[in-house]
Design a protein around this ligand. Structure first.
Ligand SMILES: *Cc1c(COP(=O)(O)O)cnc(C)c1O
Length: 390
């Protein structure tokens, strides 16, 4: 820069981004709203140039590529949270006068979005039993149903749907299907390969894997549908940061290794729990003999660490005594991180249309990467506290 230029100007233009970067294993974390274009013609040449940072820079693009690989997708959209992914898909695909069918065991904040926002925008929401026969479910769809939202297994009570069958029947009627596939993390079940139109997941859970970043994704195989989802994000103005995208990409690298451990430890703990006198039933679709095991065995290649147990009938105080006695299981509403967690579920079940009696209090566990024998010892202590209080 010329020696005559003032410090004001020199400090603003010195130290600008280099034209090229050394090649590292991971992408650069670029921070930028403004993107500098090479010439005047490029300013309005959206087809060949990224013109604004909100759509994401290097780290976001690399994460999208990696997720497209995982999901077998043409396009993947990133959202600021898992809920934003689900609400974003519905906002992009539905309009006033349409109806959406939603399985009744859906993640509770999704129901909140449907009841508080979709209905306000003139979209009808129909909740359907999570184990409805596919033929009945699709035949029961009114002419204005545009989308069926599935969650299989449900993340509290683990009912599964025959997803490929529902997707095939819906397609015959021109109804789109979407699934919250967070339990399988895009790895253990491949919705797009089974005919589902949109595969959604809360990356916050297993892809992030460390309980410290929020993000969601929606993947589609059909380029037109992928475009509609991307337009939806652009219209809403959502963006995710390069730092967060980088953290998700780092999580993806170890996803299969972590999932193998979560799955194996979860099954070890679930099988042990099933033999304990305080436990009436274990709701874990990968456990032989458990509800919906056949569907899981047909369509899934593995299990994660999330499942529920039904305690013998007891007071809320006994359930709380069980939870409060746990030392290795934290008490908290999330899952997919490296650490074990537990919650009581019954207060969340009350919002459902078709409340099922599970025969006792429902408790959900997330089995983390700790040694399973240590987790079992911790649970035994909890069950002793439960028995002493029941
Ligand atoms: C956590 C969760 C979500 C939402 O993810 P956030 O990133 O917390 O918004 C959606 N679906 C399921 C099944 C979840 O467990």
């Amino acid at each position: 820069m010329s020696a005559h230029t003032s410090d004001d100007t020199r400090l603003l233009h010195a130290g600008a981004a280099p034209a090229s970067l050394p090649r590292t294993v991971g992408p650069p974390i670029q921070k930028g709203s403004t993107v500098l274009l090479p010439n005047a013609a490029a300013l309005y040449d959206d087809a060949n140039h990224l013109t604004y940072g909100r759509a994401g820079l290097a780290a976001q693009a690399c994460l999208q590529d990696a997720l497209a690989e995982l999901e077998g997708a043409h396009g993947v959209c990133l959202y600021p949270s898992g809920i934003a992914a689900i609400s974003g898909v519905m906002m992009a695909l539905l309009k006033a006068g349409d109806a959406v069918m939603v399985v009744d065991n859906v993640y509770k904040p999704v129901r909140r979005f449907c009841d508080n926002v979709l209905k306000r925008f003139g979209v009808e929401v129909v909740y359907v039993p999570p184990r409805a026969a596919p033929e009945d479910l699709v035949a029961g769809a009114a002419a204005n149903v545009r989308l069926i939202l599935l969650e299989s297994p449900g993340s509290l009570s683990f009912e599964m749907q025959d997803v490929p069958r529902i997707a095939a029947l819906a397609r015959e009627r021109g109804i789109l299907t979407a699934i919250d596939n967070t339990w399988a993390a895009g790895l253990l079940f491949k919705p797009l390969a089974h005919g589902v139109d949109v595969s959604i997941q809360a990356l916050t859970k297993y892809v992030g894997g460390h309980s410290d970043v929020f993000m969601g994704s929606a993947a589609a195989k059909d380029p037109v549908l992928a475009r509609r989802l991307a337009d939806g994000i652009n219209h809403m103005g959502w963006a995710v940061s390069g730092e967060d995208a980088y953290a998700m990409l780092r999580g993806l690298r170890t996803l299969p290794v972590r999932m193998a451990r979560h799955g194996a430890s979860g099954l070890t703990v679930a099988a042990w729990l099933r033999d304990q006198p305080e436990v009436a039933q274990v709701l874990h679709p990968a456990l032989p003999g458990a509800p919906d095991h056949d569907l899981w065995a047909r369509d899934f290649s593995g299990a994660c660490g999330l499942f529920s147990l039904v305690m013998r009938p007891a007071s809320d105080t006994a359930v709380d005594a069980f939870l409060d006695a746990l030392r290795l299981f934290g008490l908290g509403f999330s899952w997919g991180g490296f650490e074990s967690l537990a919650i009581s579920c019954d207060p969340q079940l009350a919002v459902r249309g078709s409340t099922r009696d599970y025969g006792g209090p429902l408790v959900r566990l997330h089995v983390g990467l700790e040694a399973p024998e240590d987790l079992i010892a911790d649970l035994r202590t909890g069950l002793d506290a439960f028995s002493a209080t029941a």
